[in-house]
Design a protein around this ligand. Structure first.
Ligand SMILES: Cc1cc2nc3c(=O)[nH]c(=O)nc-3n(C[C@H](O)[C@H](O)[C@H](O)COP(=O)(O)O)c2cc1C
Length: 216
C-alpha cells in the first residue's frame, strides 16, 4: 500500500530497529542534524560503509572513493576551511538558499556544516567520469538507509562538494587520500542522534513536490 493514503500527507510509521524492511527504511529515513558527542564503534561505521560500497555503479565501474574521517582535529580543520571559503563569497540574487545561509553564517563565524558529527564519510569520484554524481548518490543513499536501519542518525552534507574546486580544500583532502583525478561528490555525516529516546526522527515528511504523471 502506498505511504500516501490521503493526498500527499504521509502516514507516520514508527518501525522497529535493525531488520526493518527496505520499504520502512525508505519511508522513515530523515536527516539528523544533532549528534551525541560519542564515538561510533568502527564495526558500526563499516556496516554503513559496506552499504555504500555495495551500491550500483554505471558499467560496474566502482570508482566512488570513501574517505572516512573520525579524527576530531581533521573534522575541525575541515570546518575551518568551509567557513573560510564561504566567508570569502558574496550573496547574489537568486542564489540557492542553503548557500546563502552558508555564506551568511560563515561571515558571522557560526556556520557548522557538519553539525558536529563524530563521523564524516566523504565521497569522491573521477573528474572525467560521466556517472560520477549518479554513482556517488547511489552510494550515499544506501548509507543513509542503512544508518536508519541501524537506529543511527545521518545527513547528506554537501558543502565539501560545493567547495571541491578550491585549492585550500583540494590540497587538504589530497593529504587524506583524495587523488588528483578525483572530485568530491558528496559527504555523509553519521552518528548517534541526540534525541530524547536516542532514535532518529522517523516521521515521514510531507511531499510538496515530486509530481507523478501516470500514463495508462
Ligand atoms: C544532494 C543533497 C544535498 C544535501 N545537502 C545538505 C546539506 O548540505 N546540509 C543539510 O543539512 N542537509 C542536506 N541535505 C538533506 C536535505 O536537506 C534533506 O534530505 C531534505 O530537507 C529532506 O529532509 P529529510 O532528509 O529529513 O527527509 C541534502 C540532501 C541531498 C539529497
Amino acid at each position: 500500500m502506498s505511504l500516501f493514503r490521503k493526498k500527499d500527507e504521509p502516514v507516520a510509521i514508527i518501525p522497529d530497529a535493525e531488520g526493518m524492511s527496505v520499504k520502512s527504511a525508505i519511508e522513515t529515513r530523515r536527516s539528523t542534524r544533532k549528534y551525541l558527542d560519542k564515538a561510533v564503534p568502527k564495526d558500526l561505521i563499516e556496516e554503513v560503509l559496506d552499504a555504500g560500497r555495495m551500491a550500483p555503479s554505471g558499467g560496474n565501474s566502482q570508482t566512488t572513493r570513501f574517505i572516512v574521517i573520525t579524527k576530531r582535529d581533521v573534522l575541525e580543520d575541515l570546518n575551518k576551511i568551509v567557513k573560510d571559503e564561504f566567508s570569502k563569497m558574496s550573496v547574489k540574487p537568486g542564489m540557492y538558499l542553503p548557500k546563502v545561509n552558508a555564506i551568511m553564517q560563515s561571515k558571522a563565524g557560526t556556520f557548522r556544516y557538519d553539525y558536529h558529527t563524530p563521523v564524516l564519510i566523504v565521497l569522491a569520484n573521477k573528474k572525467d567520469y560521466g556517472n560520477a554524481m549518479a554513482d556517488s548518490s547511489c552510494a550515499a543513499m544506501n548509507m543513509l538507509l542503512r544508518a536508519n536501519e541501524l537506529n543511527m542518525g545521518a545527513c547528506w552534507v554537501n558543502q565539501l562538494h560545493w567547495l571541491t574546486d578550491t585549492d585550500q580544500l583540494t590540497k587538504y583532502m589530497q593529504k587524506l587520500g583524495l587523488e588528483e583525478d578525483e572530485t568530491i561528490t558528496a559527504s555523509v555525516a553519521f552518528g548517534y542522534p541526540d534525541t530524547k529516546d536516542g532514535l532518529p526522527n522517523r516521521i515521514p515528511s510531507r511531499r510538496k513536490g515530486n509530481p507523478v504523471n501516470w500514463v495508462e
